[in-house]
Design a protein around this ligand. Sequence first.
Ligand SMILES: [Zn+2]
Length: 69
Amino acid sequence: MFGKLPSDLTPTEDRPGLRVRGGTKYTTSQGDYVCGSCGAQDRANGDSDVKALVSDYTDNHGPAHRNGR
Ligand SMILES: [Zn+2]
């Protein structure tokens, strides 16, 4: 299922987590995650979308699952 994605940039179920790359003068910031607990995944481009992605991950996925959510 993940075989066709660029594995260098994309978290996999083997290595779940959140990844964010800051934008530069020439590129927009990028973020993506794979949740190791529920398998959800998402990605975003641009500062505001990446910020929303990080909030979504921290509020609902990853370590948040250990809080019973
Ligand atoms: Zn999750």
